[in-house]
Design a binder for this molecule. Structure first.
Ligand SMILES: NC(=O)c1ccc[n+]([C@@H]2O[C@H](COP(=O)([O-])OP(=O)(O)OC[C@H]3O[C@@H](n4cnc5c(N)ncnc54)[C@H](O)[C@@H]3O)[C@@H](O)[C@H]2O)c1
Length: 340
């Protein structure tokens, strides 16, 4: 494939920036078409790329020879559009949340298999500087010993008033933020989720969906993971990791580690609090974006489409994430722990 003939389907806030930006800069891609139901969006894309505009993606699939469709429409539209593009013989990159539930996700995975085309889920937090650094410290260096509890939290006090506040459009903070919050600790700890307790709440946003969620996940290896999107004027740590030899706390791009060796009492009858021996203190600023470098991600997308490397986000792992997000919702709706 000398050049990747690309269509952007959904040229809105994210399509016109987060995706069009790196595609425009990368010589491997050529934007030959854009599809949006909004005439102004189409005009902007044509002015920028000189591409052919469509208001109907099915017609675009019939008329355009394409190698890749980048789907950045509303979340409720992703599954059908993805399946139609794959069945039409085109590779698909689909933004997060790639599906509104695991049933949809499974349908997309099956359609990709039968079509023989590539299905590339967009999960940029997997390239995040926080996850990369934590992987080095926690997994490679075992710097805080055996991890037993990880908290991953985001929050704000901002409200929104768009389709993201409506269930029928696939809105709600579990789908919108879950891929950024729930997925990274699972990737970091590398163990399947075995049970899920979840709570959803609507607090300050309009609409009919949650703007706050919490989940407590127990992994197969016994590690507890607390995930949360919260509504707050103050910022809790974005990561809080506890291990048998210390603690790591992350506030955005600020990471602090306090590693200690627990004291071992030599006299078993001694009944006093033993102070741990300080081991290593670390304070650093994380280099790079918390949601990865979209230019780097698009380089990897191009390499995967050209058959040079495998795209690191497998559909199977994105399907697993959809199952966990479903379980948080089911747990909240049915007030029970969901076994996976
Ligand atoms: N960090 C991230 O990865 C990130 C950031 C923002 C948004 N997103 C995701 O991107 C998706 C879009 O979000 P957004 O904020 O850009 O929304 P948006 O509403 O700004 O854009 C959606 C676009 O799709 C168009 N559209 C609607 N129906 C269509 C149809 N039938 N055919 C063609 N075009 C159609 C709309 O006109 C609009 O231009 C969401 O799923 C969201 O979760 C991801």
């Amino acid at each position: 494939m000398s050049v990747i003939r690309t269509a952007i389907l959904g040229y809105g806030r994210s399509g016109s920036t987060l995706h069009a930006g790196p595609i425009e800069k990368n010589k491997s891609f050529h934007v030959t078409a854009v599809c949006d139901v909004d005439a102004t969006a189409r005009q902007k894309a044509v002015a920028r790329f000189g591409c052919r505009p469509y208001d109907d993606y099915r017609r675009m699939l019939k008329e355009e020879p394409l190698d890749l469709v980048v789907i950045v429409t509303r979340s409720d539209q992703h599954c059908q559009m993805t399946c139609d593009c794959l069945a039409g013989g085109v590779n698909v990159l689909v933004t997060k949340p790639w599906a509104v539930n695991a049933g949809e996700a499974q349908r997309m995975v099956s359609t990709a298999k039968s079509s023989g085309k590539l299905l590339l889920p967009w999960l940029p937090a997997r390239w995040g500087s926080d996850l990369q650094r934590l992987r080095q410290l926690v997994v490679e260096e075992q710097a805080i010993g055996t991890v037993f509890l990880v908290r991953r939290v985001e929050g704000s006090f901002a409200t929104r008033n768009d389709w993201q506040t409506e269930r029928r459009y696939g809105g709600g903070y579990l789908l919108n933020w879950g891929p950024h919050i729930v997925d990274p600790p699972i990737q970091l700890l590398g163990s399947p989720v075995k049970s899920v307790y979840g709570r959803l709440k609507q607090t300050i946003n309009p609409g009919d969906v949650e703007d706050l969620f919490m989940g407590i996940l127990t992994l197969a290896n016994g590690i507890l993971v607390q995930v949360e999107y919260t509504v707050s004027t103050e910022s809790p740590p974005t990561w809080f990791l506890q291990g048998t030899r210390g603690t790591i706390v992350v506030h955005g791009t600020q990471l602090k580690m306090n590693a200690r060796t627990p004291a071992q009492p030599s006299d078993p009858t001694q009944y006093s609090t033993m102070q741990a021996v300080p081991d290593k203190m670390l304070e650093e600023k994380l280099a790079g974006s918390l949601y990865g470098d979209e230019h780097q991600i698009y380089k990897e997308i191009a390499a995967a489409l050209c058959g040079e490397t495998r795209y690191p986000v497998t559909p199977a792992s994105a399907l697993e994430l959809s199952r966990v997000l479903d379980a948080i919702r089911t747990s909240s709706n049915e007030n029970r722990v969901v076994m996976m």
